[in-house]
Design a protein around this ligand. Structure first.
Ligand SMILES: [Ca+2]
Length: 187
């Protein structure tokens, strides 16, 4: 009996020792991770829940096209339900990345997709779907059809997939849409 107790003690001590050794090596590995590696690890962890491995990543944002028909309000709701929001390109860089992604997605076709932009609250004052002001615009400018041209009737903004230009539309029109996801929120 005494021998068994001694053996068990040895087992317990050695398991404690090996556990603490593992802890130390784990700490060392964490310390050795470079910032770039760390961000890759973090983004890998957070990409999956949003489904954005299929979409287009740009910094902490990623865009994902949904190939299903929704009106503007429906698209907004669906994006929120998925933990994201409607796509809100805030500057030229984001606009160009989104336009390129949407073009690639629908090529060779040309389909409009809802963006998270509207002037529902006040005609001509364009807000993102989260209520912030839009300061960078990409309206279609053409001598035959310059946008926006819908006045108070058309208050929701879509991007055409062939050139990335913006058009105002009836908000109850149904079309494909783009959600964006923010890694910082997921973290
Ligand atoms: Ca309008």
């Amino acid at each position: 009996v005494r021998w068994t107790i001694f053996n068990n003690l040895i087992l317990i001590i050695s398991s404690i020792l090996s556990r603490s050794r593992n802890d130390t090596s784990g700490e060392k590995e964490t310390l050795q991770v470079k910032p770039a590696d760390e961000s890759r690890v973090l983004s890998n962890l957070t990409v999956e829940p949003t489904g954005c491995q299929k979409g287009r990543r740009l910094g902490y944002k990623c865009y994902l096209v949904y190939n299903s028909q929704e009106d503007y309000a429906g698209a907004s709701r669906k994006c929120l339900e998925r933990g994201g929001r409607m796509a809100m390109p805030r500057d030229r860089r984001e606009q160009e990345a989104l336009a390129d992604y949407v073009k690639t997605f629908f090529r060779p076709g040309n389909w409009p997709v809802w963006l998270g932009i509207n002037d529902l609250r006040s005609e001509g004052m364009y807000l993102f779907d989260d209520g912030t002001r839009v300061s960078y615009f990409q309206w279609r400018k053409h001598f035959l059809s310059s946008q926006p041209d819908g006045g108070r009737r058309e208050n929701c903004v879509a991007m055409s997939s062939d050139d990335g230009d913006w058009w105002d539309h009836y908000c109850d029109r149904t079309m494909n849409y783009v959600c964006e996801f923010d890694d910082r929120v997921a973290l």
